[in-house]
Design a protein around this ligand. Structure first.
Ligand SMILES: [Zn+2]
Length: 212
């Protein structure tokens, strides 16, 4: 059974289970928080955000790593746009192991790596999540990988390992401007990304009280 996450303090605006292979897109206003909960443990969410009022401005993993001076996301880490604006800040994190480098799996990378065509993948999921806002596949930026474990070794080698997240682990993102946020419940089954089993996630959107 999944562990109960810490109660949110504030008004819950939305609370959803994202089934395995599913996706989610939602407008989060400045000061509001999006919580992603790994209900059973070891399940990755590929996460992106956009400036809601000008969707061509979007998360840039490169700016985020450079301007935080840190590859690994954690509390206090800011997701930064391609125009160097603050989109969202991580304000709570019970897991501590996430990835900013791996991007999202696509049918192309799955075919490159595993020789299999037409797999379910995070880039198609993210494109489906933001399609109601008029965005297309090529408009989906590269992303943060919540709960993904990709250690960098001292020789620079980089690999996908099973997540460290336990049942009930969660991460909170506070919007620093009005954003469109979207995630893919990663459907990857050809590497250890999700520890060999696809599991549900829970997403809670809330307005903190007091404002954090
Ligand atoms: Zn994926």
């Amino acid at each position: 059974m999944s562990q109960k996450p810490e109660a949110v303090t504030g008004k819950v605006l939305d609370d959803q289970i994202i089934q395995p292979r599913g996706y989610y897109g939602r407008e989060i206003m400045k000061g509001e928080v999006l919580r992603i909960i790994d209900l059973e443990g070891q399940q990755v969410a590929d996460f992106v955000c956009f400036n809601l009022h000008r969707l061509e401005e979007r998360i840039s993993p490169e700016n985020t790593i450079n301007l935080n001076g840190q590859v690994y996301p954690g509390v206090g880490y800011v997701l930064i746009s391609d125009e160097a604006s603050k989109l969202m800040t991580i304000i709570e994190d019970t897991c501590g192991v996430h990835d900013m480098l791996a991007g999202a799996c696509s049918s192309y990378t799955n075919e490159y790596r595993y020789g299999i065509k037409d797999t379910l993948n995070c880039r198609d999921n993210l494109a489906a999540a933001v399609e109601p806002w008029g965005l297309k596949w090529k408009d989906v930026p590269y992303n943060m990988n919540v709960f993904m474990n990709c250690p960098i070794e001292s020789d620079g080698s980089y690999s996908i390992q099973p997540p460290k997240s336990k049942a009930g682990d969660y991460i909170d993102f506070r919007a620093e401007m009005d954003v469109l946020a979207a995630l893919s419940n990663c459907p990857q089954e050809h590497n250890p990304c999700n520890a060999g089993e696809l599991k549900p996630l829970r997403v809670i959107h809330f307005r903190p009280d007091p404002i954090l």
